[in-house]
Structure formats: C-alpha cells, structure tokens
Design a protein around this ligand. Sequence first.
Ligand SMILES: O=C[C@H](O)[C@@H](O)CC(=O)C(=O)O
Ligand SMILES: [Zn+2]
Length: 280
Amino acid sequence: MTTLYEERFVPHPRDYARYDTERLREEFLVPVLFDADKTRLTYSHVDRMIVGGVMPVTKTIELESIEPLKAEFFLQRRELGAINIGGPGIVEVDGTQYEIDCKEAMYIGRGARMVKFSSRDSAAPAKFYLNSTPAHRECPTRKVGQEDAKVLEMGAGETCNQRVIRQLLVKEVVDTCQLQMGMTELAPGSVWNTMPAHTHSRRMEAYMYFNLPEDQAVCHFMGPPQQTRLIWMANEQAVISPAWSLHSGVGTSNYTFIWGMAGENLDYTDMDFVQPNELR
Ligand SMILES: O=C[C@H](O)[C@@H](O)CC(=O)C(=O)O
Ligand SMILES: [Zn+2]
C-alpha cells in the first residue's frame, strides 16, 4: 500500500474543554505528513477536509481513492490543492504534466481521474502538501505559481509578527468550489502568526508549519477565544482547526506555514477578530 489514511471525527467545544494533552493531540494534530514513496491522508469530518502529504522519492505516486470516500477515483466528488514544500516536482493530471517547484501550487478540479506525483531528483524529493474538500462542480485544473499569488504584508517587528501572506488558491486567483489555500512566511525575528487572532465560524481551517529548524517548535493555540489550549508542534506537522476554534501560533524561531480553509464562503476577509488582551 502506498496510501495510509486515518479518519477523525468532529469534537464538540464543550467536550474539548475537558481533553488532556494526549487527547488534544489525538483529535487535532496531524503528526506525520511526509513518508518516502507514500501518500499519507487524514480524513477529518470537520467540513470533510482531507489533509495529507505525498513524498515521491524513487517512484511516481498515484493519488488513490480511500475506502471512506466510496468513490471510483479520489476526485470523483472532490477538489484538491497541492503545494510543494520540497525539491522540484511534477504533477500529472490526466496526461498533462505541470512542473511544480518549491512553494508553487496546483489546483486540481473535480473529475480528474488520474493524478500522479513525482520528483525531479530523488536526492531532493518534492513534498506535496495536500488539502482536499468536497466539490459541487468542476473547476479548471491549473498551476498557481508564486507570481500569481495575491500578496499581503502584515504585522510589524515591534509586535514580533511581521509576515508576508501569499494567497495562492483564493477566488481572486483561481476558481474553486470551497477550498482556499495560501502560505504565510514570518520575517526573521518575528514569531507570532495570526495575531490578533480570529475565528470564522463560516469556515474551518488547517495549518501546516514548515521551514522550522528541527530543534525548534511552534506553540499552536486553539479553542474558543475565552477558553484556549495549546499544542506544541514540530516541523512539517499540521493541525485541524474546527469552525469554533481560533488558530494562532508562536515559534521559538521564525517559520513558514500553509493554511487551507473550507466551508460556507470564499471570503478570506470574513473574520471575527479577537484582540490579545481579550484572550483567556
Ligand atoms: O483565515 C486566514 C488564516 O487564518 C491565515 O491566512 C492567517 C495568516 O496566515 C496570518 O495571519 O498569518
Ligand atoms: Zn483563519
């Protein structure tokens, strides 16, 4: 088997408040995404988002359907975003090849039957981070490079949150059903992401931290703004943020992360902000 998957259910915020460290990690943390020549998927029932990783080293890896989808092929009723965080890679969709370099994205619309991932050089393998959500219509498959991104400069050195947000799969850039994805890069010396924090009960979100030195960590905050908890995270791990949860983090160094959202709308700016002094 080249595809390993896990299924996760939807925690209720009242139950979440009683979880201990281990239970919090079991429900929300996705500890391993990249495994040589394998696809790893976590099917979350939170907006049915699948969070995963494909790391082709010596082989070409085909995207396979998994049992919970009860589908003939993975994208029969879904759309997919893939962002490469490794060496130069190739994504092939129904016979058409796309060169996807580090920090470049691919949007693959519903109905694509054969999706394959490979690396240019097995010594510097590609690592494709995946987010997939149910789709009600077919949107065209296309590559989204760094130059296509909508760029936002946020934060400041004084508040240790200076960062650049690159919106890759957003409605201004590419047509999607419900998926949105992008990448946020912190400036050296800046460590806080998504501060001031926010919630958006219209959409769930997943964060995947990378470019974090192996001996460093990100302390990720979650929960309703008046009842937060934390999850310590390592490089190349993801965390699921249900619609009732905020999502913010502080690192022991700077880092980059990929965010992906799905749900009610495609309005990135639709957020309910919470100021730092209002958090509990
Ligand atoms: O709803 C939007 C998402 O949480 C992120 O795009 C926020 C983010 O990258 C940041 O502020 O650093
Ligand atoms: Zn958000």
